[in-house]
Design a protein around this ligand. Structure first.
Ligand code: AKG
Length: 180
């Protein structure tokens, strides 16, 4: 751990919701099928930026797998306007960041194919937390978790889980956002 930083539980970050096993394997398969051609094999450009109208399988994801209370309260009952599908090979990550202000509150991330660790850091309070984003899980960041914490994925080939090193496989994430 970094010097002077306190490791906390992700449950202590206001506005961070993590729900495992949201997507049945059949839905995960359908989503993988709808990835753009070749994206799983590319060495660069492993991102697809999608805007409306979305494919039916993504509509289904928004309508049936995002908690309705969140949608009502944070997205005013509306659907996502911008979706990014991203592929991470073992060793890939994303540097710690806060999502751009152009995106509204309420960031929704579905994880597919492999588990991966996401790190949350708050420099002002020197607190950090790790969350294992399991395949089939849903992560939501709103309020403090969205605006006052950085999130990132360490660039490494595996993650420590309960004292065991678990090598990563190829992962896909689906990030859904609204544009203010
Ligand atoms: C971003 O695209 O800003 C992310 O943080 C993506 C996180 C993920 O792929 O799980």
């Amino acid at each position: 751990t970094k010097k002077g930083w306190t490791q906390i539980s992700p449950s202590e970050i206001p506005g961070l919701t993590y729900i495992p096993n949201v997507l049945p394997p059949s839905v995960q398969d359908e989503l993988i099928q709808c990835l753009p051609d070749g994206i799983l094999d590319r060495s660069t450009g492993r991102q697809a930026h999608l805007y409306r109208p979305f494919a039916p399988v993504l509509q289904n994801l928004m309508q049936n797998f995002i908690p309705s209370a969140f949608k009502k309260q944070v997205w005013e009952g509306k659907d996502a306007e911008a979706i990014i599908m991203q592929v991470y090979n073992p060793g890939d990550g994303i540097i710690p960041h806060v999502d751009l202000p152009m995106f509204d509150d309420g960031i929704v991330i579905f994880s597919l194919l492999s588990d991966i660790t996401m790190e949350f850091t708050q420099p002002s309070s020197k607190r950090k937390a790790s969350v294992l984003l399991e395949k089939g899980s849903l992560t939501i960041m709103e309020g403090e978790a969205r605006y006052q914490w950085l999130h990132g994925i360490p660039f490494r080939t595996g993650d420590w889980t309960n004292g065991t090193w678990i090598p990563r496989a190829q992962r896909c994430s689906i990030t859904m956002r609204r544009i203010g």
